[in-house]
Design a protein around this ligand. Structure first.
Ligand code: AMP
Ligand code: FE
Ligand code: FE
Ligand code: ZN
Length: 284
């Protein structure tokens, strides 16, 4: 069976491995097809693609957009063209907002007496800076024992130094992916923590805007969630995808392939996704 993992993070966002080292690791562990899906950036794609070519891996460029107004929705865009102007514009806007937001959170922490320097935080990300980098800088400075402690005490959604991101609507994210010749897929739907009814309604609304698939297999999905999502794909004619959401040492419990053990038809699903990417390019 082909080993496939369609959701990896590199140091271009909050993963710990540089794109080349990440692809090398995937190859050494016997993966034959992977997708790089960094948060709100495509900066790792060039290096990853080149490494994949050298290693003989099938490589799909992707991005994981943080969108949604009330909900924190993660939207995967598979096979996007890195040079598409609408997507580039959106990513540039999101990067500015990320920098601004992390700078504000760092300032609030400093004002409260915590030893944190924005420039140090900024330098920890190759591209899309975020709260994980801020947390790592706090750990490095000895202010906290772990990244999760930082989220809990200071920068998690309900914590005192949290600054919300600028809202990008789900519709806008889907549009940008489609205009870039990509295939929009809802990442880890189980993490939205919605009832089945509410999740189904959200999927329906997104499908009406152009959503093409669901990430059924993911490290955070239990078998019941995987089965429900697969059934939803079948009922709605959506593509099935799977990815571990590997972040390297940043999330040590998640290995390459974690959560994909029950994805028995991964190869067929990948073929369908690749066909959809081809159609998205032609239909643009
Ligand atoms: P940001 O994109 O800056 O809002 O940061 C969100 C990222 O932080 C998520 O994609 C996760 O990778 C990570 N994250 C969120 N909550 C936690 C947590 N409680 N502990 C550790 N990492 C977290
Ligand atoms: Fe992340
Ligand atoms: Fe995500
Ligand atoms: Zn992810």
């Amino acid at each position: 069976m082909m080993k496939i993992d369609l959701h990896l993070h590199s140091s271009a966002s909050d993963g710990s491995l540089a794109p080349r080292a990440l692809l090398k690791k995937a190859s050494e562990e016997g993966f034959s097809a992977v997708a790089l899906a960094d948060h709100d950036t495509l900066q790792g794609v060039g290096e990853a693609r080149e490494a994949a070519r050298e290693l003989g891996l099938c490589f799909l460029p992707a991005v994981e957009l943080s969108v949604g107004e009330e909900l924190e929705i993660h939207l995967l865009g598979y096979g996007v063209d890195e040079n598409a102007p609408a997507l580039q514009g959106l990513l540039a806007e999101m990067l500015r907002d990320r920098e601004e937001r992390v700078r504000k959170m760092a300032q609030k922490l400093r004002d409260a007496g915590y030893p944190v320097d924005y420039e140090r935080v900024r330098s920890m990300a190759g591209g899309a800076v975020g709260r994980p980098h801020l947390a790592r800088a706090l750990v490095e400075a000895g202010a906290a024992a772990s990244v999760s402690e930082c989220f809990q005490r200071w920068i998690g959604r309900d914590a005192p130094f949290y600054v919300p991101r600028k809202k990008v609507s789900t519709r806008q994210g889907i549009r940008a992916v489609l205009e870039a010749g990509g295939v929009p897929v809802l990442a880890h739907p189980g993490q939205l923590r919605l009832s089945q009814q509410a999740l189904d309604a959200e999927i329906g609304a997104m499908q009406a805007e152009g959503l093409r698939g669901l990430e059924c297999y993911h490290n955070a999905h239990d078998p019941a969630t995987q089965d429900w999502l697969r059934e939803a794909c079948k009922r709605r004619g959506l593509l099935v995808t799977g990815g571990s959401d590997f972040h390297g040492a940043a999330k040590p419990k998640v290995q390459l392939g974690s959560g994909l053990e029950r994805w028995r038809d991964a190869e067929e699903c990948l073929d369908a996704l690749l066909r959809a990417v081809g159609e998205a390019k032609r239909g643009r």
